[in-house]
Design a protein around this ligand. Structure first.
Ligand code: KIV
Length: 306
């Protein structure tokens, strides 16, 4: 996508469908805060996901299971304020869509309170009813199949999904169920590239891959991986910058300058008229010099002089 004027309206799921129909590959990134969202938006990224990965990469939780609705709403609001043009997808946290009623109530909060345009839910066949209910209620939904991190306690560990015949068939069913339930797109996470490509070829909605090869309709990366900000880099991620290195170098240089007294310098400081200060301190031409002291006058006393 080319850069767009400030007044251009925010993208909708209809625009995403058009990109897909035009055969354009869709670049999506996660975002969790105002300044990063503003930069990604300026770069023309058409879809930003406020992923529940915020729990691990920003809040220091062990998994996404601990992330709450309040935390997701807080971060979604910041991203919506930062990005004017991108479609904002809010990730529904663990158990926030366990029933259709929960799903509608919580999705409604993302759209009405936080200003997101769509929500994402994990699960294929098992989540299809919830997706259907949300879509009927007017909430655009992105599905998420393959590795579903909110199920980590059931899965045991993070690993590539769909490698066996049964698992591959189940994954295909999951993706089809999400599509038939009315989702506008589906994330396909940690799936062998041939299977992800085969799923993509069979769907009428875009697949957004993460660790699923280049055959998907689009790609998503966790922004901290993409920027090289974390200490752990998943195999499927590619850093496009080294922000960790840049921040480390900046903090080290700053500490050294503060310790050496070279920060702040003249450029970061302001000055006042010395005569005014002399007057305030009682060292003006009309002030008496205090008895026996040439360093203080009759002006504002220092603590030690009280
Ligand atoms: O929470 C997240 O960041 C995600 C992406 C990995 C798709 O769900």
């Amino acid at each position: 996508m080319s850069s767009t004027p400030d007044t251009a309206p925010r993208l909708s799921v209809v625009d995403i469908a058009r990109l897909y129909a035009d055969g354009e590959r869709i670049a999506m990134l996660t975002a969790y805060d105002y300044p990063t969202a503003a930069i990604l938006d300026e770069a023309g990224i058409p879809m930003l996901l406020v992923g529940d990965s915020v729990g691990q990469v920003m809040l220091g939780y062990e998994s996404t299971v601990r992330v709450t609705m309040d935390e997701m709403l807080h971060h979604t609001k910041a991203v919506v304020r930062g990005a004017r043009r991108a479609l904002i997808v809010a990730d529904m946290p663990f158990l926030s869509y366990a029933t259709a009623d929960d799903a509608v109530r919580n999705a409604g909060r993302f759209l009405r309170e936080a200003g997101a345009q769509a929500v994402k839910v994990e699960g294929g066949v098992r989540t299809a009813r919830v997706i259907e209910t949300l879509v009927r209620a007017g909430v655009p939904v992105m599905g998420h199949v393959g590795l579903t991190p909110q199920a980590i306690n059931a899965l045991g560990k993070i690993r590539v999904q769909g490698r066996t015949r049964e698992a591959a068939r189940a994954l295909l069913h999951d993706a089809l169920a999400v599509q038939e339930a009315g989702a506008f797109a589906v994330v396909v996470e940690l799936v062998p590239e041939q299977l992800a490509a085969a799923i993509t070829a069979r769907l009428r909605i875009p697949t957004i891959g993460i660790g699923a090869g280049a055959g998907c309709s689009g790609q998503v990366q966790v922004v901290t991986d993409f920027l090289g900000l974390g200490t752990f880099m998943p195999r499927h991620a590619k850093p496009y910058a080294d922000l960790r290195g840049a921040i480390l170098a900046a903090a080290t240089a700053y500490k050294a300058e503060v310790e050496a007294g070279t920060f702040p310098g003249a450029a970061q400081s302001s000055r006042m008229d010395d005569a005014v200060l002399d007057e305030v301190l009682g060292n003006g031409p009309d002030d008496r010099t205090a008895a026996g002291r040439s360093d203080i006058g009759a002006g504002i006393p220092l603590d030690r002089d009280l």
